[in-house]
Design a protein around this ligand. Structure first.
Ligand code: GTP
Length: 380
């Protein structure tokens, strides 16, 4: 063993002892996806780096991991990998030890986890907490870890109940919380429990996963563990949960964080109807409500209304514009009297005065719409 790995092992043991636990907690955050459903926002930044209630979304998860007593985190990156380290560095700003692993080609959720195996510091039976990098939740991580430890499980999945499970794969459990199946989407689901995207793996299960090829935990690893008779537990928690994969969910997540409906130790300010970041200028006659976040050095002009939206840094919203349920990209310019409802405006785009864009419209970065050139109205 070289001196570097000896030091790292000793520090591992010391950290676990200091926390009065018998085990070490590694965490992996999967942040390598391309985030295609969130285009055009994800053309310039990976989904976990998009500003959500004033900080990159990933900051909320890392703060949550730290609060749960995680000792060491590895980010499993691929798409736009360099942006993560440039922002988070070694993790000391968060009081965490942070490392990076990069897949030159995206290896899928399982491939991303397996690719990190060599960087984990816990022993073979220690827990490794794994987060999908786009899930906002307030679930009790300590209780999930406890269920895992009590049952000496191979894997313990966090499950949440949804009203309409038809759009999801379902994960039924028995009375003792053992997972009994992984079911594909169906019009007639037998349970409303779904995989909520946060797992505890026993470290040696990760070491045994096939290396060097794309792999999906949902489609391959979990079903295979069940076929092998491994103990797979389902931890059900009804706390706040949201997958921020689509523009509307991204907006909802940011607004819920600003309003304090979604819990996070990382929101940079008191929770309320709006969060206005440093250097932003909001005219006294403007209305900013509904959990809107106004980014640093953005401006909102006289009489403008910004409701339930996410406005990135340096964006400009001119006088009299109405922006609802929308994302305004970095440095985008929204002209006088523009109406936006349920739309995504890419970074640096320019929406000339008097335009009206409604539900589902996405404007690509740096596009220019001449004044008064577009009007989509639901009442015509
Ligand atoms: P869409 O393209 O919009 O579906 O988004 P996505 O690419 O993020 O895929 P999805 O939402 O299914 O991914 C769930 C989580 O796994 C996200 O946090 C992704 O960043 C992550 N992820 C998906 N594929 C990979 C991969 O190949 N490697 C790594 N390291 N992470 C991945």
């Amino acid at each position: 063993m070289d001196s570097e790995s000896t030091c790292s092992k000793l520090s591992t043991v010391r950290t676990a002892r200091r926390k009065g636990r018998g085990f070490f907690i590694d965490a992996i955050v999967l942040v390598g996806g391309k985030g295609t459903r969130l285009r055009p926002l994800t053309l310039t930044a990976p989904k976990p780096m998009l500003p959500t209630a004033g900080v990159p979304f990933l900051m909320h998860q890392l703060a949550q991991a730290r609060a749960a007593g995680v000792d060491h985190v590895v980010l499993a990156t691929s798409y736009r990998a360099e942006t993560f380290e440039a922002y988070f560095g070694d993790g000391s700003i968060l009081g965490l030890e942070l490392e990076y692993a990069t897949e030159s080609q995206p290896m899928g959720t399982g491939g991303g986890i397996r690719n990190v195996a060599g960087q984990l510091r816990g022993g073979p039976a220690d827990p490794v907490l794994i987060f999908n990098g786009d899930v906002l939740s307030g679930h009790d991580i300590a209780a999930q870890l406890e269920l895992h430890a009590k049952n000496d499980a191979a894997v313990t999945l966090y499950l949440t109940k949804v009203d309409d499970p038809r759009a999801f794969g379902c994960v039924p459990i028995d009375a003792a919380s053992h997972v009994t199946g992984f079911l594909e989407k169906t019009p007639d689901p037998i349970t409303n429990l779904i995989n909520a995207g946060c797992y505890v793996f026993r470290r040696e299960v990760i070491d045994a996963m096939p290396a060097g090829r794309p792999l999906s935990v949902e489609r391959e690893t979990f079903p295979q563990l069940l076929r092998d008779g491994a103990t797979v537990m389902g931890y059900v928690d009804s706390a706040y949960w949201l997958d921020l994969g689509t523009p509307q969910a991204f907006i909802q997540g940011s607004c819920d964080l600003v309003r304090g409906i979604a819990p996070s130790p990382a929101v940079p300010g008191p929770t309320g109807e709006a969060l206005v970041l440093a250097g932003a200028q909001v005219a006294a006659s403007a209305t900013v409500v509904g959990g809107t976040c106004i980014g640093a050095r953005a401006t909102v002009g006289d009489g403008a209304v910004v409701d339930g939206s996410v406005v990135f840094d340096k964006a400009v919203i001119e006088a009299g514009a109405h922006v609802r349920d929308s994302v305004i990209g970095k440095g985008a310019h929204i002209g006088e009297g523009v109406v936006l409802q349920g739309v995504v405006i890419g970074d640096g785009a320019h929406i000339g005065a008097g335009n009206e864009l409604l539900e589902g419209v996405r404007v690509w970065p740096h596009a220019i719409l001449a004044p008064g050139s577009v009007r989509f109205s639901s009442d015509e």
